[in-house]
Design a protein around this ligand. Sequence first.
Ligand code: SF4
Length: 398
Amino acid sequence: MRYLSEYRDPKLARSLVRRIRSEATRRWTLMEVCGGQTHTIVRQGIHDVLGDSVEMIHGPGCPVCVTPLEQIDRALHVASRPDVIFTSFGDMLRVPGSACDLFQVRARGGDVRIVYSPLDALDLARQNPDREVVFFAVGFETTAPANAMAVWQAARLGVRNFSVLVSHVTVPPAMVALLEAADNRVQAFLAAGHVCTVMGWTEYEPLARRFRVPIIVTGFEPLDILEGIWMAVRQLEEGRHEVENQYVRSVRREGNVPAQDVVSRVFELVDRGWRGIGTIPASGLGLRPEFSDYDAELKFDLRHIEARESEDCMAGDVLRGRIKPMECPSFGIVCTPERPLGAPMVSSEGACAAYYSYGRFSAHEEGSAGTAAPRHHPSPDDTRQEPAPVAGGGTSRA
Ligand code: SF4
């Protein structure tokens, strides 16, 4: 496939692996921020072929996974109302709330619809003036511009029966929280290329200086990941700590300025809870007061809804890179994609789903409590295509 196969070339992959292994004089610990990168690493077995040169730990960049449980419960509550058409990208529908998920709400008669864009939800509102249309605005900086544009358009057109349930998070504050943690092990980051396509990388430069940590803006294909790892290892070996851009085919230093402009007109920075992690100050986007008429939390009085996480789900430790998914005692036993306990097992970018789907584990190799059978053991030579995308797009790679 043109434009993809060249980023999956086995010969080039082997050459990059050789470089990483020969240039690393010790074992470095790298974190890939994005769940899409985690899936590439696990599916292609990249962490296995790095040997003693690099340990990859998986970061919190799965927007579905970090959406707080109470926000899922608020979505379930409003989606159950008979006067509401609840719209969302497809990957939110199977995320478990305290009692059920959005698919179950739909099975019980709720009008829950998958859309491919928040502007489709706005169109639905214009076509159904006697109903309230709510869009579940979840994601990192990647999806924020389209969601901001939908609210902006609704205000411009005077559409009053449209609102958004916002759970936007931003990457840099999460990186700071990880680096400030007493048990931090991250020595370099692979930053999420699609987030940087929107935001550029200027906001990462002070982080690289302050924490003396290399940050490589990296894409999502196997060669992107391997080149990003090699660039990080080279910096670590040379004692440098800079922001470098591996994803040159998509990212510019200043990012997409018009997209940033619409985001800052509609949203402002707010404290935001991260599922399994807790509240990180100024880590989320919330609607500015002038757009409060479009805030579903206010319109439907949802803020009183609180929730308690399952004590059996260790998603917080997985999302902070403290444990690998198979170290969770529930992995593959009481938590599977069919019966998930936590969002990382159902999201198309969740680390638990990656380990379960691609079988990059075994109880023997990893000392894991997990007993689920491995599904597939690919290698760097395996240039299989991406799995079919989740219907209705996703909150991150949409
Ligand atoms: S395996 Fe399941 S229960 Fe364990 S951390 Fe992942 S989602 Fe949570």
